[in-house]
Write a protein that binds this ligand. Structure first.
Ligand code: NDP
Length: 290
């Protein structure tokens, strides 16, 4: 039985994910580096804003930080309750998950890599996809808490497997983003109406999440709302490329896409949404996708 849960990292994703927990558990601790956010969360959702030392005394401890580095740094500073399960929803590095899982075993703490997909709207609606790596018993133990914000929840393998699936998923998003930017600047160069073209493609075999949502809802309307930062996508494509290299495989599309997304991220203004990657193509072609 889970008596208490905690959520560490109330960013664009974490703030919304943690909001579902009080509907299922009486004791929900939240902690954030900028502590005002934790206090605001407590006021808004009835969670308890507590010091980090107290948050890590919960039975199930969630984290959702930018990268595995912040998770490792934070774990190094705390004494986690014996018997707890740490569920890391960061889009992290598989090797780091394996390392933390081994390291925490000494304190009888289980570590699950449990990255999520579905963007901020999925976090808000509690409909995220959660891909989980780690031991089956820890997965079963944490599942009732994960169900608070997850809709499709899959145990995909041993430690690191969840992070690997997430990195490959985001690489596929990045490949689509680049190819859609190239395809649609080409169409515009040929005088094609992009909105009509998009309708045709979304009823045809070339459709993807990028054509169905990113292009119409972020690019063609020129809104580029910041919900998933472009440097975070560049981080994910880097993790995917490292996985390819670790396996000594050839994956030229992945290597090229990682370069393109990293370049787009380097060129982008501060606080750019991932969809802003198309602006690199717009500056090359002098064509605006609208
Ligand atoms: P945000 O940048 O919005 O939030 C980051 C969170 O991490 C904040 O709570 C921030 O605290 C905290 N943080 C940053 N650095 C540190 C540190 N050194 N020590 C302690 N806390 C720290 O990121 P997102 O919520 O967008 O993303 C979080 C993770 O989820 C990333 O791995 C991302 O790739 C992944 N993700 C994001 C999605 C999205 O649509 N945004 C979708 C799916 C996955 P503070 O408030 O103090 O800055």
């Amino acid at each position: 039985m889970i008596q208490s849960v905690a959520f560490i990292g109330l960013g664009a994703m974490g703030y919304r994910m943690a909001a579902h927990l009080p509907q299922h558990f009486d004791t929900v601790y939240v902690w954030n580096r900028n502590f005002e956010k934790a206090k605001q969360h407590a006021t808004e959702y009835g969670t308890q804003a507590v010091e980090l030392e107290q948050a890590v005394q919960a039975d199930i401890i969630f984290s959702c930080l930018p990268t595995s580095q912040e998770v490792e740094d934070l774990i190094a500073t705390v004494q986690i309750k014996s018997g707890a399960v740490w569920v890391d929803c960061t889009s992290g590095v598989p090797e780091s998950a394996k390392k933390l899982s081994q390291q925490l075993k000494a304190s009888e703490v289980d570590f699950l890599d449990a990255p999520v997909s579905g963007q901020t709207i999925g976090a808000e609606n509690g409909t995220l996809t959660v891909m989980i790596g780690g031991e089956a018993a820890a997965f079963e133990k944490a599942l009732p808490a994960i169900q608070a914000f997850g809709k499709l929840i899959k145990h995909v393998g041993d430690s690191g497997a969840g992070f690997a699936v997430k990195a490959v998923n985001n690489m596929l998003l990045a490949v689509n983003l680049c190819s859609v930017a190239e395809g649609f600047t080409t169409l515009k160069a040929h005088g094609v109406n992009l909105h009509e073209a998009l309708d045709c493609i979304n009823a045809s075999s070339g459709k993807s999440g990028v054509t169905e949502t990113v292009l119409p809802q972020r690019v063609l309307n020129r809104e580029f709302p910041l919900t998933f930062a472009l440097p975070l996508l560049a981080k994910d494509t880097g993790i995917a490329l490292d996985l390819v290299r670790d396996a000594k495989l050839s994956a030229p599309v992945i290597a090229l896409t990682q370069s393109l997304i990293q370049a787009a991220s380097n060129l982008a203004e501060k606080d750019s949404d991932f969809s802003s990657a198309v602006k690199m193509y717009e500056s090359w072609s002098k064509i605006t996708l609208e």
